[in-house]
Design a binder for this molecule. Sequence first.
Ligand code: NOJ
Length: 517
Amino acid sequence: MSGMTNQWWRDAVIYQVYPRSFADGDGDGVGDIAGVRARLGHLRDLGVDAIWMSPWYPSPMADAGYDVSDFRDIDPVFGTLSEAEALIAEAHEAGIRIIIDIVPNHISSEHPWFKAALASETAPEREYFWFRKSQNMPTKWIGEFGGTAWTRVDEDTWYLHLFTPEQPDLNWDHPVVREEFESILRFWFDRGADGIRIDSAALLFKDPALPEVTDGEPHPFHDLDAVHDVYRSWRRIADEYADRALIGEVWMPDVERFTNYLRPDELHAAFNFDFLGCAWDPYLMRSCIDRTLDAHARIGAPPTWVLSNHDVTRHVTRYGRTDTTFSFENNLDGTPVDLELGTRRARAAALLTLSLPGSAYVYQGEELGLWENESIPEDQIQDPMYARRGHTRDGCRVPLPWSGDEPPFDFTTGAPWLPQPAEWKDRTVEAQTGDPSSMLELYRSAIRLRAFKDQRFAWLDRGEGVLAWTRGADFACVLNLSGAPVPLPEHESVLLASGPFDGDLLPQDTAAWLRLK
Ligand code: NOJ
């Protein structure tokens, strides 16, 4: 790998592999590392620069692996540590970098630390968590999945968990916790990991006085200043290695607070959830893009463009609804979806995100145009969020369709852990390969053509409701959200378009990449 580009994260296309649902190598119905290795060719053909692997560590799977019981090994359902090392090596040979997922806010209740902490009140491990003596629940904090954030272990002892009770929160004021994670970072960097995606990156610290959440008062567990010191020390570690990136999962409405995580001695990048949640609307999108570009330019950090991930409703579905926004608070499950419209917009969105300055994330299956499976039978739902919020994230976690005419579409030789819609027979990799009108070929072409690296971004005025911009002197992207067909600017050729159009009139919800004269 040495000698490959520096600062690759600044403009990379990063593909998120959700290992349970990518490809199954052993026929147990759950995806695994063997499956990823066997299908690496798909990612090479797609042309991505890096893969982000969602957690693959030993875990009781109370939260699909985000409840980790050992950060230095691989869960048997996914394979072995030597298979993980082989995958890293094979990806590197294919020119693809690997980002692994680290979950510092909490660990599994089956982790040896928590077991020791529960076994004895005087165990040193108790201090690694948030145990409190109290007759009543210590606070009324609402957890991130909804519901209470404390579980009682005996008459008057409680522990804190911002997610499920199986994910006790760590006490980041304790030096052993800090040292442990620094050592875990080194463990994976030593094995060739090129980057770390940091789960729930803004939650680590809690106000030890445990105040209630009160409007106008500092939040007791979101975005406490102490977290920045941790990321400064992580950055020092990353900098000891060549070209390693730290990428934060930072949900933060306040742009100033968000960019604090991207100061030059902290994280390299963070997911743009502002953009992910934005409505399919020309004014809102343009102001979100401006906000993003301004904020990142001020701090010298690369913007990121994210349409989907394993936590949110797939954007083909979102963009096919009347309300095209996303937030966990606004549950739109079951509202009518026009999949044709959603697909048309998702195609345009691909050309949008892949031509803005910065790095772009592709969540597995979005290159196939998959939609949310909203018909998973209740008794098959596995997501712990469902019981607490009445919304399941399983609909975006359905195993990928690779080939064939019916489920399991060669995802597995067994029974997939979540049901796949039969309609996905037209969305398999096999069905789309070679079809120039397919979503897959659109992504392949766009990623291949995407060579704007240092080309300056500038808005182009094409009238109300049209988003258009140039990257350097000879490239423009035009996205029509005006409600009527619009003429294209003068150009030499159309490099790529998200949908068919006649002559020089670009239809609604369509984007085109142009080579300018
Ligand atoms: C964010 C992850 O993306 C999500 O899947 C998980 O449930 C929570 N953090 C808790 O780890």
